[in-house]
Design a protein around this ligand. Structure first.
Ligand code: HEC
Length: 400
């Protein structure tokens, strides 16, 4: 079944939700980076009186034309301070707007955006149910791991989470269209992050506040769990950001081994966070950014598309051979008068020889090196047609 949404309306919903989502995410990630860095900057108070007041760490900072002195209390100050600032809405809004975007751009256009029948022959409802079920399952499994293995060893927990990401990335690649598969993995990790705030970190803060109000010692476990999840969220930020931005890079999500590329780049992202977290604590481990850069270079070399240049002596492909392929397989959407959509996606029009020539490099990326286009292979493009198109582009994309 097909759920319809007016493209102009969905365009505006996309704009508003995306804008909001990016702003909320910047604020959330900003606070995550700031507080983890702050924790690493803290040093023992120099003044005895501060120690007596229960201060466990302090840090001087300069920003925006002023000096700031930040203090962290071992447990809590003697009196519950008012006003006390909490950080939670940026997390909740990031998730809510992200989910809204997912609904508008994927769930409501599942037949083109989520489902690729050459990957899995899902119905709209199956695709949506699997996606939402995946978000919930990710949290349940992750939370269970944290409460069991995570109590004993952070390293074992990290290995389990990595395993979870590998299984998820691979599973999503067997179920969804390439681009949607990346977003599904990112959305699952993003859901874990928001749920960490909602179900663990904020309740831990409530425990601190209630204990203070009741004049009792807070449960130290709540504190530890809150800190653990907050550190996890910090390590998830760069991997999730990559999955969210990867839609711009068809050579990653459109590759045959897209899931492995996603895992590699996510691991490198977390590795880079590790560098910064150490650096804030005064340890500059240069080999981390060096190995991260080497890792990215290795992925780039690995996934470099093979040249499809025709062998010497092969007959050259002419524009006359290519034009009908583009007209039949692409112009149903990428045209001034498209049949399958209301307007050419991203303004990419492939009606004339000059337009096709101008887009040649991009066409190679999405329709030859990968099968990202035609979207969901709605126009049933064949492998032979892709090879022909590739040979024409490699020979210079010559038009009469
Ligand atoms: C069913 C409709 C449809 C068909 C058929 C189709 N496309 Fe697309 N194409 C889209 C949509 C939708 C987008 C925008 C995706 C996005 O939001 O980034 C797109 C985006 C693109 C892009 C930009 C990719 C990027 O992310 O920068 C290129 C290039 C492209 N298509 C080329 C082609 C070619 C070449 C063909 C034919 C082989 C083709 N498309 C067939 C719907 C289609």
């Amino acid at each position: 079944m097909v759920i319809g949404i007016d493209p102009y309306v969905s365009g505006w919903l996309d704009l508003v939700f995306r804008w909001f989502h990016v702003v909320a995410a910047i604020v959330w990630i900003g606070t995550s980076f700031y507080f983890v860095a702050l924790d690493q900057h803290l040093h023992e108070p120099r003044d005895e009186a501060d120690l007596d007041r229960g201060v466990s760490g302090e840090s001087w900072e300069i920003h925006g034309g002023g000096f700031y002195r930040i203090e962290k209390f071992r447990v809590a100050p003697r009196q519950l301070p008012k006003p006390l600032h909490w950080y939670k809405w940026e997390a909740y809004w990031t998730w809510l707007t992200g989910f809204a975007l997912f609904v508008v751009l994927y769930y409501l256009q599942a037949h083109t955006a989520m489902i690729d029948t050459s990957v899995a022959n899902l119905s709209t409802w199956e695709a949506i149910a699997i996606s939402i079920g995946g978000l919930a399952l990710a949290w349940i499994v992750y939370d269970g791991l944290c409460r069991t293995i995570g109590q004993r060893s952070e390293l074992a927990l990290a290995a389990c989470i990595l395993g979870l990401v590998v299984v998820t990335a691979y599973g999503a690649s067997l179920l969804f269209a390439a681009r949607a598969a990346y977003l599904q993995v990112g959305a699952m990790l993003g859901t874990i992050m928001a749920a960490n705030v909602f179900f663990v970190i904020i309740p831990a803060h409530w425990e601190l506040v209630r204990a203070k109000e009741a004049g009792r010692d807070p449960d130290p476990g709540a504190n530890r769990r809150g800190k653990q999840r907050s550190v996890h969220n910090n390590y998830f930020t760069l991997p999730v950001l990559f999955s969210m931005l990867a839609g711009h890079f068809p050579f990653t999500y459109g590759h045959d081994h897209s899931w492995a590329i996603l895992v590699c780049l996510m691991v490198i992202g977390a590795w880079i966070r590790h560098y910064f977290n150490n650096r804030h604590a005064g340890r500059t481990l240069w080999w981390i950014p060096l190995t991260a850069a080497a890792g990215i270079a290795a992925v780039a070399v690995w996934i470099r598309p093979p040249s499809t240049s025709p062998a010497a002596g092969a007959t050259t492909v002419t524009f006359a051979q290519v034009q009908p392929i583009v007209a039949q397989r692409c112009a149903a959407c990428h045209s001034l008068h498209p049949k399958l959509v209301s307007a050419a996606p991203l303004g990419i029009v492939l009606d004339t020889a000059a337009q096709i020539h101008a887009q040649a490099t991009q066409i190679r990326v999405v329709a030859v090196d990968s099968h990202v286009m035609p979207l969901g292979n709605a126009t049933h493009m064949t492998g032979a047609e892709r090879r022909l198109l590739g040979a024409w582009i490699d020979a210079g994309a010559k038009t009469p």
